[in-house]
Design a binder for this molecule. Structure first.
Ligand SMILES: NC(=O)C1=CN([C@@H]2O[C@H](COP(=O)(O)OP(=O)(O)OC[C@H]3O[C@@H](n4cnc5c(N)ncnc54)[C@H](O)[C@@H]3O)[C@@H](O)[C@H]2O)C=CC1
Ligand SMILES: O=C(O)C1=N[C@H](C(=O)O)C[C@H](O)C1
Length: 262
């Protein structure tokens, strides 16, 4: 990552990284990226049916989870019990599931780190940050996320995170919901509503991961757009996270927590 040296681990032995969801699109890309990093060593590769608890005592420092929303929280609790730091890209996290991880880490007391990041691409991390900065200045704000049709969840984790951040800033700024005269529509025509912000999900063959954040005022509009054309776009962020997570005890939500964005 250009704004923070993606510095190699300078310890004597490479950090051993386990990958959960290793057979998937993201998991297999992470395995390749770890194998290409001289300071990291690819350890156990787990997929559905494998026992996370069995990772204990095998020299694994960090586990990376790209699985499914229904499995990821249980995986993280099992990793904490096994004494392994966790870098999580899987979507589906709620305030309640995050709170349970925070509590578990505090009770565990060993200073383990867990990062849950809805998006590891630098362009997406910056888009979310810029959207939060812009949110107080516009009457209207809506989010459109566009993904490959094999994605199982909607709206995307990134869009949920973006909308929640926009909503929090709007509330703090004393802005209500955006202007909208719609009285009746077909169900879903105005998208999902996340904390008062409308979020629209497109699934289209040929796409990978994209998001547009639209802001409107009388006579003007701001569009912030991020495009991941390849899964390699997520890898610098994932590798940075594996090298940093042990230095950040407790739960961090969002890769921006590991970056010096000001
Ligand atoms: N944070 C980020 O930057 C990104 C996050 N994602 C998220 O990552 C997740 C995975 O995405 P893809 O790789 O595209 O999905 P995928 O469907 O290709 O891969 C998921 C893998 O997890 C495995 N799996 C299912 N249950 C499991 C369990 N209990 N234990 C271990 N493995 C299990 C599946 O067999 C599969 O191999 C999704 O939630 C997606 O939204 C995807 C891209 C970037
Ligand atoms: O499933 C995906 O592909 C992606 N999932 C994440 C999300 O839901 O935000 C991150 C990125 O958008 C790709």
């Amino acid at each position: 990552m250009p704004n923070r040296p993606n510095r190699p681990n300078t310890g004597a032995a490479p950090l051993m990284i386990a990958v959960l969801g290793a057979a998937g699109r993201m998991g297999s890309t992470v395995c390749d990226a770890v194998q290409g990093a001289p300071d990291l060593a690819l350890g156990p590769r787990l997929d559905v049916g494998d026992d996370v608890a069995a990772l204990a005592g095998r020299g694994v420092s960090v586990a990376v989870d790209f699985t499914v929303p229904s499995a990821t929280e249980a995986n993280v609790h099992a990793l904490i019990d096994a004494g392994i730091h966790a870098v999580v890209g899987t979507t589906g996290w709620t305030e309640d599931s995050l709170a349970r991880v925070r509590t578990h880490l505090a009770e565990d007391g060993r200073g383990l780190g867990v990062l849950v990041a809805p998006n590891f691409a630098l362009s997406a991390v910056l888009a979310m940050r810029f959207a939060a900065q812009a949110a107080r200045y516009f009457e209207s704000a809506e989010v459109i996320e566009l993904h490959h049709p094999n994605k199982v969840d909607a709206p995307s984790g990134t869009a949920m995170h973006t909308a929640r951040a926009i909503a929090a800033v709007r509330t703090q700024a004393g802005l209500g919901t955006g202007p909208d005269a719609t009285e009746s529509t077909l169900d879903g025509a105005r998208g999902a509503v996340v904390d008062g912000v409308h979020v629209h999900a497109v699934r289209l063959r040929g796409l990978v991961a994209h998001e547009e954040i639209l802001f409107g005022n009388p006579g003007e509009q701001l569009t912030i757009r991020t495009d991941s054309f390849e899964r390699s776009s997520f890898m610098p962020g994932v590798l940075l996270a594996t090298r940093t997570v042990a230095e950040r005890p407790g739960l961090t939500v969002g890769l921006d927590g590991y970056l010096d964005l000001g």
